[in-house]
Structure formats: C-alpha cells, structure tokens
Design a protein around this ligand. Structure first.
Ligand SMILES: NC(=O)c1ccc[n+]([C@@H]2O[C@H](COP(=O)([O-])OP(=O)(O)OC[C@H]3O[C@@H](n4cnc5c(N)ncnc54)[C@H](OP(=O)(O)O)[C@@H]3O)[C@@H](O)[C@H]2O)c1
Length: 248
C-alpha cells in the first residue's frame, strides 16, 4: 500500500524544532519530499543529516519578505510544485499587558501574521491541483490564557485569515485548514520558562483534562490528516488537538 504522501512535495516553515520537526519527520515517512525552513543553520543541518534526500533545507526568516523570496526560489528550483504547505513558524512569549512594548507587537505579529501571510501568498504560484495548506493556530487564540494576549491575538488572526483563504482558494480546489494545538512539549513551550521547565510542564499538565501535555507527534498526525486525501471534504476548518484544554 502507498504511503499517504508518496511522490508529493511539501513545505514546512519552522520545521527544525518541536511541532514542525515532527511534521517534517512524519511527512518524510509518508513519502513526501519536504522543503524545510528555519532561521538557524545548525538545526537545518541536523534535519538534513537525519533525513537526507527526503528534505531540502532553506535558511529563511519568514517574517522577512527577502527570506520568503529565498524560500520560494528554492521551491521553484526543485520544479515539482507544492502539494502540501504547513505554515507553522509562530513564536510567542508570556508578557502581561503592562509590559508589552511596541516592538513586541511587531515581533509577534511580524512572524505569526505577516510571516504566515507571506508564506501562503508565496506558495500560490506553486500549488499543484488538490494542494492542501495547514496553518498552525493555538488554543491561546481563544484569549483565555493570561499574559499570553499578544500571542493569542496573533493566533486568532491567523485562524481568521485561514477561513478567508479557504474561501478564496476553494475555486482552485486548494484546501486551507488550521490545526489548533494545546500545550505541546517542545523547545518552544519549555523555552517560555527558562530554568523552570519541569515546573512549567507540571503546572500546565494539571490544567489539561487529559492529564498531560501533548506530544509533537500527536499534532503532526492531525497535520498529516489535513494534507492527506482523507480530509478531502475539509476546508476552512479548525482541528483542535488539545487534550480538551479548550473546554476545561
Ligand atoms: N508548543 C506548544 O505548546 C504550542 C501550542 C499551540 C501552538 N503552538 C504553535 O506551534 C508552532 C510551533 O511551535 P513549537 O512549540 O513547536 O516551537 P519551537 O519548538 O520553538 O520551534 C519553532 C520553529 O520555528 C522556527 N522559526 C521561528 N521563527 C521563525 C521565523 N521567523 N522564520 C522561520 N522559522 C522560524 C524555529 O527555528 P529558528 O529558531 O531557527 O528560526 C523552529 O524551527 C508555533 O506556531 C506555535 O505558536 C505551539
């Protein structure tokens, strides 16, 4: 039996760590060739060393239009178009309103909103018939997580953008969905509390009805579903992978 993505080409932004890395590994295991971006060269080299010919690594900052140009030059050079896009890069940090600076607003929205928009826009000329796009949202987009408002607002924005893009791209047969992870054990999550990683994970797990933080592979399974033919009727949807934290 064929793997789900045999012969397909995928793009994953922020694919060198955490959820994005789990998606890159899963897509490659399912037969895809994966174009992977991140800003730092060493993690890109590690992915290339692990997955070899299954990946093309491109050092690019998706919040920077020049970086996005570099990224899609690499996609063009490969010459196979794109069947799947996971616009995943989207950092955040805990900060109460009183401490938020203008630069924080620009940084968070620069990657999460501008970067996601430029990534999906840049992919448009390369999308093969039947292509599927997944954007990474967050349960923080609900606005219920204290000190996470800026990040949450940026994630609410990308969820809204995704619904709009789904309508715009439906006539092309291109699907666009959001995966909405809850707390997932990644360097991005533990990096929110440097030096207090275990305490943070314990505290977060206590608030998750499933009783634990999630694994990046569990989010990657949902992303695979959303780019595969198994979700062919889904567009403009949000798939929540959160151990029920949203309704806790
Ligand atoms: N972990 C969670 O609990 C959780 C929950 C909900 C949603 N999410 C979302 O899931 C996504 C992945 O989070 P994660 O926890 O897996 O993060 P992570 O472990 O910190 O990984 C982030 C990845 O994005 C890359 N990256 C960051 N900024 C970038 C930029 N401007 N351009 C290109 N690449 C960039 C990083 O590489 P470089 O640093 O080298 O650029 C890295 O590969 C994010 O959108 C996040 O908001 C995470």
């Amino acid at each position: 039996m064929n793997a789900a993505l045999t012969g397909r080409t995928a793009l994953v932004t922020g694919g060198t760590s955490g959820i994005g890395l789990a998606v890159v590994r899963r897509f490659a295991a399912e037969g895809a060739h994966v174009v992977v971006t991140g800003r730092r060269q060493a993690p890109l080299d590690a992915v290339a060393g692990e997955l070899g010919d299954a990946v093309t690594t491109v050092r690019a900052d998706v919040s920077d239009p020049a970086g996005v140009t570099t990224l899609f030059e690499a996609v063009a050079a490969r010459g196979t178009g794109l069947d799947a896009v996971h616009a995943n890069a989207g950092p955040g940090e805990f900060k109460p309103l009183a401490e938020v600076s203008a630069a924080d607003v620009d940084t968070t929205f620069g990657t999460n909103v501008r970067g996601t928009t430029l990534t999906v826009q840049g992919a448009l000329p390369f999308l093969n018939p039947g292509a599927a796009i997944v954007v990474t949202g967050s349960t923080a987009g609900s606005g219920r997580e204290r000190n996470f408002g800026l990040y949450g607002a940026s994630k609410a924005a990308v969820a809204t953008l995704t619904r709009t893009w789904a309508a715009e791209l439906a006539p092309r047969g291109v699907r666009v969905n959001t995966v909405v992870p809850g707390p997932t054990q990644t360097p991005g999550l533990t990096g929110l509390a440097p030096g207090h990683e275990d305490a943070l994970l314990e505290q977060i797990a206590a608030g998750v009805p499933l009783g634990r933080v999630l694994r990046a592979e569990e989010v990657a399974a949902a992303v695979l579903f959303l780019v595969s033919d198994e979700s062919s009727a889904m567009t403009g949807s949000e798939v929540v992978v959160d151990g029920s934290v949203s309704v806790a």
